[in-house]
Ligand binder design. Structure first.
Ligand SMILES: Nc1ncnc2c1ncn2[C@@H]1O[C@H](COP(=O)(O)OP(=O)(O)OP(=O)(O)O)[C@@H](O)[C@H]1O
Length: 264
């Protein structure tokens, strides 16, 4: 992110606004305690914090998968803590998600896996051949965009981890997402592939003008591939600043007392 691009991005109204969010599971202790978060169109925000700090819970809260104890969560126009009938499905269709384990259907082709991203608006379909020509064209375009169209007919399980993650990103894009969430998307990948995948996510954010929230364990990756960093410590936001203003040393308190977190 260049120095003068940050105000432009931040000046656009946020697509995600979390205010004073508290989450407790099953009457247990608070695992998020008063979290504030804004995600603006076009920006990539890295979510950092040691294991158990609440990163996944915060991600899940954006798609209605975490029990909101108090506070508010607004995502792409939805009031997530007070959704009306039918809105939960629409919210989840508007949020593209990418996971550490890719979550592809291994026996299906790469193309079919991408097409499943359109299931929410394709109606009842037969996975073997029921998608429209327009959907198939779009899926091929997206595979081309993530650099893997030549693998379209292969079984997903025959691809390498980095390739599978690119398929998963294409599948998420098939939803025409208004927001993209990536929960530790490179935790299973080697450093080179991690850069490729994170470059791709950051490019998507900029080109498509959507916010991308990506949780990461490796500080140098966050410092290189994000516009802003939000750091959680014991369920509270300890750091929230443009990446260009942060250094490894400034992020170290996120991992105080941990032996392994934050190492490259
Ligand atoms: N479904 C659940 N039921 C009960 N407690 C949960 C549940 N999910 C998470 N927790 C607890 O909430 C806290 C935060 O967990 P969370 O998975 O959000 O952290 P995290 O920062 O994503 O950790 P990691 O980096 O290890 O994935 C932890 O103490 C965890 O045990």
């Amino acid at each position: 992110m260049t120095a003068n691009a940050e105000p432009t991005t931040a000046a656009r109204p946020p697509l995600v606004t979390v205010q004073g969010l508290k989450v407790a599971y099953d009457g247990g202790p608070l695992v998020l305690d008063g979290v504030h978060l804004e995600l603006h169109p076009g920006e990539t925000v890295a979510l950092l914090g040691s294991s158990g700090s609440g990163k996944s819970t915060l991600m899940r809260s954006l798609t209605g998968f975490a029990p909101v104890t108090s506070g508010s969560v607004h995502v792409a126009g939805y009031d997530v803590a007070n959704l009306r009938r039918g809105e939960l499905r629409r919210l989840r269709a508007d949020v593209g998600q990418v996971f550490q384990q890719f979550n592809l259907v291994g026996r299906l082709s790469v193309l079919t896996n991408v097409l499943t991203g359109a299931l929410h608006d394709a109606g009842p379909v037969n996975l073997a051949g029921g998608f429209s020509a327009a959907h198939r064209r779009r899926a091929m375009e997206l595979l081309d965009r993530v650099g893997i169209a030549y693998k379209a007919k292969e079984q997903a399980r025959s691809l390498s981890g980095g390739q599978q993650q690119r398929v998963a990103i294409a599948r998420a894009l098939m939803q025409n997402p208004k927001v993209m969430l990536a929960d530790e998307p490179v935790a299973s990948l080697d450093p080179k592939l991690s850069h490729t995948v994170l470059d791709l996510l950051q490019r998507i954010a900029r080109e498509d003008g959507i916010p991308v929230l990506v949780s990461l364990h490796v500080l140098p990756l966050a410092l290189r591939h994000s516009d802003r960093i939000v750091g959680l410590r014991h369920g509270e936001v300890l750091v929230s600043a443009p990446t260009a203003q942060l250094s490894t040393e400034q992020l170290a308190p996120l991992y105080d007392g941990d032996d392994e977190e934050g190492e490259d």
